[in-house]
Design a protein around this ligand. Structure first.
Ligand code: 9UX
Length: 69
């Protein structure tokens, strides 16, 4: 098992947003599992990706993200 990272997201308002964010996170090298929660505005990621790479991927598809710890 690798690292688990939690992000706090912004700008997500619908299930389609969730899908976009999940797709972006899943495309980052090293990501093994992604769970995005719309109500909590959170993303939980398992794998070896760095927080910086994950946050950049979310921002690239038009949403906000910061490390939540
Ligand atoms: Mo979610 Mo739709 O933002 O444009 S409301 S994808």
């Amino acid at each position: 098992d690798g690292e688990h990272i939690q992000l706090l997201l912004s700008g997500m308002t619908c299930a389609s947003c969730v899908s976009s964010v999940e797709k972006a996170l899943n495309s980052v090298a090293g990501v093994e599992q992604v769970n995005v929660n719309l109500a909590e505005r959170s993303a939980y990621i398992l794998g070896s990706a760095t927080p910086e790479a994950l946050i950049s991927a979310v921002i690239d598809v038009g949403y906000g993200a910061e490390l939540s710890e």
